[in-house]
Write a protein that binds this ligand. Structure first.
Ligand code: C2O
Ligand code: CU
Length: 497
């Protein structure tokens, strides 16, 4: 996502500046200076620590994965799809010895975690890219419990198999469930349809016109005008994928999640797709939503829940007796993804079955309230800043505040301030807007909505969120559609001294 060439100044302040300590270059358009390594270290020293350490090895490498009878070449973490789950307890120090065995440079970004800025894994901004054959030792304290994940922040690598869950446990959480299932959603093309790079160059070349995009060989060809046209350039996404996966498995060869009837199971649902919003439901069951983006909400019952790319929802279900599809339906696109929940013998319903639970309006973040005790500390916003999302299929240029990333005018904050972001979607597509290293709170004018790090902004919608500047550094703010981000829909949040 950061293959856009950066200005020389950005490179200097990002990579060299942080390493060298004091920064001397002025931030764009102001005499104030960006915060440096000392502020980042001081904020990190204030993070509560558990005293525990978790050490992991992580390898990005090419691998072959089986997708329902076909074997495809892709890029993975450790050969698995999704990559192996990482787990720690809030306050733990996490050390990840990362090795890049890909033929390209890469990066690892810890999505949603409020960790120290110089471990955030954004190449040329917070860290150096990791060269082919290179390594990097990540070392950070994980402050907040919840459901997170990680992925590269380099070009379109996220649309290959490079993603994995990261769960931070809360030692004080009562739990109250018998089991936990992590449910990772993805849209898949690698080795089945065109490569992410081919898709991107077709989008750039043809924009909304379908002519040049009918190149998939899957059952639902990439951009096939017959069944893909509604999705393409509609409000759901730009790309009709040949496959949609739950936990790395297509609907014809689903992951089987087993438990006993009457058990309560916590689902941790993660949308790791590049261009697909999913509506998720478990046939014959109600979801009791308890968290979004790792943060607790006032529990809410729902038949289905909608996840933009990068969003997470946790929900508890009390299991019935039988075999039930857990279905993720791509919004505005044909096809579906599923796993099977099995609490008894019996045969599985047809792979294409969409349960009736998907018929109504899905729950979104707008329907939720922060749990008592979890809202951001209330403070009058010191500043209000616009975040206007725009662009279209015509030229396939996507912008924030009228600019692409190479030309961006960053949002700015001072540490300790609250800033209000006035998010406006001036386009006909939905965009999941993501802020690194922070949460913001939804709700009009400092309201009581959920705390999130990624919010799905519907077409032409407006939304105000409050963000507390409690984690100094320079952070990405971007659309979590990998193709939109690549086409420019990214900016930064810079702390100034
Ligand atoms: Cu999921 Cu910029 O990140
Ligand atoms: Cu977008």
């Amino acid at each position: 996502m950061t293959s856009t060439p950066l200005t020389r100044r950005t490179v200097l302040t990002g990579v060299l500046g942080l390493g060298a300590g004091a920064l001397t270059l002025a931030a764009c358009g102001t005499s104030e200076r960006p915060v440096g390594a000392a502020a980042i270290a001081a904020a990190d020293a204030r993070r509560p620590r558990s005293g525990g350490t978790r050490a992991y090895r992580l390898v990005a490498r090419p691998a072959q994965v089986g997708l329902g009878g076909r074997v495809v070449d892709t890029w993975t973490y450790g050969g698995a799809l999704p990559g192996r789950l990482l787990r720690a307890t809030a306050g733990d120090r996490v050390r990840v010895d990362f090795a890049n065995q890909l033929p390209q440079e890469t990066s690892v970004h810890w999505h949603g975690l409020g960790i120290r800025n110089d471990m955030d894994g954004v190449p040329h901004l917070t860290n150096q890219p990791v060269a082919p054959g290179g390594r990097f030792g990540f070392d950070f304290v994980v402050p907040d419990p919840g459901t997170y994940w990680f992925h590269p922040h380099t070009g379109l690598q996220l649309d290959r198999g490079l993603y994995a869950p990261f769960i931070i446990d809360d030692p004080r959480e009562p739990g109250g469930h018998d089991a936990e299932w992590v449910v990772v959603l993805d849209d898949w093309t690698d080795g089945v349809g065109p490569s992410p790079e081919q898709i991107y160059s077709n989008l750039k070349r043809n924009g909304g016109s379908m002519g040049g995009m009918s190149m998939g060989d899957g059952p639902m060809g990439m951009g096939n005008p017959g069944n893909g046209a509604r999705g393409m350039g509609g409000d759901g996404g730009d790309v009709a994928y040949p496959l949609y996966l739950v936990n790395g498995r297509p609907p014809t060869d689903p992951d089987v999640l087993r438990a006993k009837p009457g058990q309560r199971v916590r689902l941790r649902i993660i949308n790791a797709a590049a261009d697909t919003i999913f509506d998720v439901a478990l046939a014959g069951h109600q979801l009791h939503v308890t968290h979004t983006d790792g943060r607790p909400v006032q529990p809410a019952a729902a038949s289905s829940v909608r996840l933009g790319m990068g969003e997470r929802y946790d929900a508890v279900v009390t299991l019935q007796d039988g075999v039930f599809p857990l279905v993720a339906r791509p919004y505005g696109k044909p096809g579906l993804a599923r796993a099977l929940v099995r609490t008894a013998n019996g045969s599985a319903p047809a792979a294409g079955l969409a349960p009736g639970e998907l018929d109504g309006q899905p729950l979104t973040a707008m329907d939720l309230q922060a749990a008592p005790g979890s809202p951001l500390p209330r403070a009058e916003p010191a500043t209000t800043q616009d975040v206007t999302l725009a662009g279209g299929m015509g030229s396939y240029v996507w912008t924030i505040n009228g600019r692409t990333y190479d030309d961006t005018a960053p949002l700015t904050v001072h540490q300790g301030q609250t800033t209000r972001l006035r998010i406006r979607n001036a386009s006909m597509m939905s965009h999941p807007l993501h802020v690194h290293g922070h949460t913001f709170q939804l709700g009009p004018a400092g309201g009581t909505g959920p705390r999130k790090d990624t919010v799905l902004v519907p077409p032409m919608a407006g939304l105000e969120v409050d963000l507390l500047a409690d984690n100094p550094g320079r952070w990405m703010v971007h659309c979590h559609n990998a193709y939109h981000a690549e086409a420019g829909m990214m900016t930064r949040l810079d702390y100034l001294t």
